[in-house]
Design a protein around this ligand. Structure first.
Ligand code: CS2
Length: 514
């Protein structure tokens, strides 16, 4: 911490006129900015992504698009962003390059962790035409393998019994839409910005299933008055650390409790399916398209697939951050080979994108040493991530009759990561995943036999669809990788899969030469 920090001023509207020259500030009259949209889940990603796009748009074409930031889960916003009137410093970092800018698009923040009341008041207001959200994969309360609302989820059970005091995202949104119907009847766009495939469809599904169970015609009203576009969002923006806050103090001489740090790359592809007024984010770099799917596959399978692979294998290899894992020669060779040989053939064509160039660009992004993305952070909630990042490409590869020996290693990596957190395996690190308890139970009940462990885990049909779980090639690849990952030499799994891939490649090239 900076020695003189106690006397430093905190970022706020008064400081905007006196910001150091190296820090950009909003290029519009922020005092005239009115709220027009809300965002659920104000974390590092929102501050580095949607709020920045909105700030760009406000500079280009000022309009009533101030953001009301709402958190229904910790952390509370009042003491950080709230204290700073929504202002914060967004740092773009790439190795030694730093770019600082104060973002002004968040006009108000609302803490709604204790009760949904404050959130509902905003979401039901006629001034709000749009809600964006980043509530993490598990926030949707859906079953990852099917996308259906998980009716056994404790929050859903609670909300169906108490629809006027909901605590889940589907329950809160259904209630907000119900209040809109009962008061002013204005339509609304609900734009998921979470990293789930067909995120708009999932959101629509869970809200509709919830509303159907309310049974008062709400589901029909929602079908006619709400739009749930899909979106692909991209920017690497890890959880902010004390070091990041201290850096702003040291470099720029003011305090900021809501700093956000991201890489230079950003992308936002939004399905053009709106209900009512929408911000023209397409004027500032976002793309409006008819179908997000190809973009989504590309990003989730290549960039996110690589991140999850480096995260779990990185932890097993004793490495702290993505950039440490990709600096390891073995992991680096593995990740490139996996993406090129096995992931890339499963991608749908994306207009204007060469898949190999995208792979190289993604690997370059992951090598950025100024982005301190912890492997444990990416491994968090892995059960909600592996379907779209690894299992779907594996299923497509099997359908093409192609090899899956490389893609299976990170799936076993996810298993080994959670198993080693169980008491039976010495609780090697704390983990956070809705399936952590189940995995610990399996580890306790099964012991160290990789075949039995793999069998028990593959039987979790909310993650592994039964067709895939029954595939012998897949089962064999998972069992062999898991055995090695749980051994004293976990990287043997990575080495061996690369060797086997090399042998298969040589065989193929000999055959094609004949
Ligand atoms: C990461 C993502 O934590 C994670 O799961 O893989 O947050 C990733 O950094 C973003 O999707 C990049 O756009």
């Amino acid at each position: 911490m900076n020695a003189g920090s106690t006397s430093l001023e905190t970022l706020g509207p008064e400081l905007l006129v006196r910001l150091p020259a190296g820090v950009q500030k909003p290029a519009y009259n922020r005092t005239a900015l009115q709220p027009g949209m809300a965002h659920l889940g104000v974390g590092a990603f929102h501050r580095s992504h949607q709020a920045e796009y909105t700030d760009d748009l406000l500079s280009l074409q000022f309009d009533r698009w101030g953001v009301v930031g709402i958190n229904i889960r910790p952390p509370s916003l009042a003491g950080t962003l709230g204290r700073q009137s929504g202002l914060y410093t967004r740092l773009i970092r790439e190795n030694s390059h730093i770019e600082a800018r104060v973002i002004g698009s968040i006009v108000k923040v609302v803490d709604s962790q204790e009760s949904a009341e404050p959130a509902l008041e905003v979401l039901a207001s006629p001034d709000i035409d749009l809600v964006t959200m980043t509530v993490t994969e598990k926030g949707y309360c859906h079953i990852p393998s099917s996308g259906d609302l998980d009716l056994d989820h404790p929050d859903i059970v609670h909300d169906l019994a108490n629809p006027e005091a909901p605590c889940s995202v589907p329950g809160i949104i259904a209630r907000a839409l119900e209040l809109r119907r009962a008061t002013h009847g204005r339509s609304m766009t609900l734009l998921s910005c979470d990293n789930i495939p067909t995120n708009g469809v999932i959101l629509q599904n869970v809200v509709r299933s919830f509303a159907e169970r309310r049974g008062n015609g709400l589901a029909d009203w929602i079908a006619a008055n709400a739009a749930f576009p899909c979106a692909m969002v991209d920017r690497i923006a890890p959880a902010v650390t004390q070091d990041d806050l201290d850096s702003v103090e040291q470099w720029f001489g003011y305090r900021d409790g809501a700093v956000a740090v991201g890489e230079p790359f950003r992308q936002w592809v939004i399905e053009q399916k709106f209900a009512g007024r929408m911000p023209r984010w397409d004027l500032v770099g976002a793309t409006f398209v008819d179908d997000v799917t190809p973009f989504e596959h590309l990003k989730m399978r290549v960039l996110n697939g690589a991140q999850t692979t480096l995260a779990t294998l990185g932890v097993l290899a004793g490495l702290e951050h993505t950039s440490d894992a990709i600096a390891d020669p073995l992991l680096s060779a593995f990740i490139r080979r996996m993406l090129i040989e096995e992931t890339q053939p499963t991608l749908m064509p994306v207009p204007g994108v060469l898949p190999l160039a995208y792979v190289e660009q993604s690997l370059g992004r992951l090598r950025n040493t100024a982005i301190r993305h912890r492997n444990h952070q990416i491994a968090t909630d892995g059960s909600q991530k592996i379907v779209q990042r690894l299992l779907n490409p594996i299923r497509d590869r099997l359908g093409q009759g192609g090899s899956i020996g490389l893609l299976s290693v990170p799936v076993a990596g996810w298993m080994a990561y959670l198993i080693q957190a169980s008491s039976r395996f010495g609780k090697r690190w704390p983990v956070s995943d809705p399936y952590a308890g189940k995995m610990a139970w399996i580890a306790d009940a099964t012991g160290h036999d990789a075949r039995a462990l793999a069998s028990a885990i593959l039987a979790i049909d909310t993650i592994f669809d039964p067709g895939l779980a029954a595939n012998e090639v897949f089962r064999a690849a998972i069992t062999s990788a898991l055995g090695e990952l749980l051994s004293d030499d976990p990287m043997a799994a990575v080495r061996h899969s690369l060797e086997q891939d090399e042998v298969a490649r040589l065989k193929r090239s000999k055959q094609s030469a004949l």
